[in-house]
Design a protein around this ligand. Structure first.
Ligand SMILES: Cc1cc2nc3c(=O)[nH]c(=O)nc-3n(C[C@H](O)[C@H](O)[C@H](O)COP(=O)(O)OP(=O)(O)OC[C@H]3O[C@@H](n4cnc5c(N)ncnc54)[C@H](O)[C@@H]3O)c2cc1C
Length: 313
């Protein structure tokens, strides 16, 4: 039987002493969240991860995800665990209060993520990719898209993905072939295939928001010709509910050693409707989900790296 005891004493040291002066320790809100409150949240995270996620780790891996006609079913217990995760407010911990987040320190969120990964990596990649999508959209999307998508992603009602890799290009994304063609309505039509897309399709959320790298017509070759698009599984209605199905589907699950309860998918986009995020041809730079910009104590911006992007994968 697997066991895990969250190292709370070490975590409190990290939170209150080691990184107390880190820019990531500054809350975006919740000034009244004192050390006692943060400790209580850590303890509750330990209870949730040890009591709910850990028992699903081995069984989830043994059962794995299944795909039938593009519909992915997660292993027994994952839907209920995700519901508890969402209802417990865990997805919104460090998110911006403008979008329904609790604005708590990023350092606290990282420790909670550490517990989630330690107890169940397969599970961690569902909210992990969503958190990446939230950070990215908050930083690069137009306000109208932020208002439409961020509250649902922050609450965990909807999930996110990051679609970079194609069959012929992983590290060398300059080779990617997925196309984006401008449509008359100001949106784009995305066509191409992606592989190894974490949480690409599953039954944990009402909608899945894909962030897809693709090439505009006449884009320069290589990495300087890649743009980023938001492509929802369901096109939201005026009431922010999941509406019409978009032209995209999971075509297969990747076969992996371990983390089989994580739905790592091959995806097909067949003229799917998408919206440009950030500037044309600057998509690779925008595919950045490191935690929100903060200043170091010397006033220098913290350098965003793609570590978070690929770390999240
Ligand atoms: C479990 C899992 C989940 C994933 N989730 C996602 C996801 O959500 N979204 C997504 O887009 N992708 C995802 N990926 C894909 C992942 O990002 C790629 O596997 C990764 O980018 C490496 O690409 P590759 O596998 O094609 O390896 P390659 O690009 O073939 O690289 C193989 C090795 O060669 C080295 N290499 C490659 N090119 C060079 C070079 N020019 N010079 C020197 N060394 C080089 C690499 O460093 C590496 O060690 C996932 C992969 C896995 C295994």
């Amino acid at each position: 039987m697997q066991t895990y005891t969250a190292p709370l004493r070490d975590m409190r040291f990290v939170l209150h002493e080691l990184f107390a002066d880190s820019p990531y320790a500054a809350p975006a809100a919740s000034d009244d969240a004192d050390a006692e409150v943060l400790d209580a949240i850590l303890e509750e995270a330990a209870r949730f991860t040890q009591g709910v996620l850990l028992p699903l780790n081995a069984s989830g891996d043994a059962e794995g995800c299944r795909i039938e006609n593009g519909v992915v079913t997660t292993p027994k217990g994952f839907q209920e665990a995700y519901r508890q995760y969402r209802d417990g407010g865990w997805p919104s911990l460090a998110a911006d209060p403008r979008w329904g987040g609790q604005g708590l320190p990023e350092t606290l969120n990282m420790l909670v993520e550490e517990m989630i990964c330690a107890t169940n990596v397969s599970f961690s990649l569902y909210p992990g990719l969503t958190r990446g999508a939230v950070i990215l959209l908050d930083r690069h999307a137009e306000d109208a898209l932020k208002r439409l998508y961020l509250p649902k992603l922050v609450s965990g009602e909807w999930c996110g993905t990051m679609c970079l890799t194609e069959a012929h290009c992983g590290t060398d994304l300059g080779l990617l072939r997925t196309k984006a063609e401008p449509a008359a309505d100001g949106a784009y039509r995305i066509t191409g295939s992606k592989i190894f897309i974490s949480s690409g399709e599953h039954d944990l959320a009402d909608n899945i928001i894909h962030l897809v790298l693709a090439r505009l017509p006449d884009a320069p070759a290589g990495v300087r010709g890649i743009s980023l698009f938001l492509v929802p599984k369901f096109l939201p209605t005026a009431e922010d509910a999941p509406g019409e199905r978009n032209a995209l589907a999971a075509t297969a699950l990747e076969h992996k050693m371990g983390i089989k309860a994580q739905a790592t998918c091959q995806m097909s986009f067949d003229g799917a409707k998408g919206w440009l995020i950030g500037e044309p041809n600057r998509g690779l730079a925008a595919m950045d989900a490191s935690p929100r910009d903060r200043r170091t104590r010397r006033g220098q911006p913290i350098r965003s790296s793609s570590i978070r992007t690929f770390g999240a994968c």
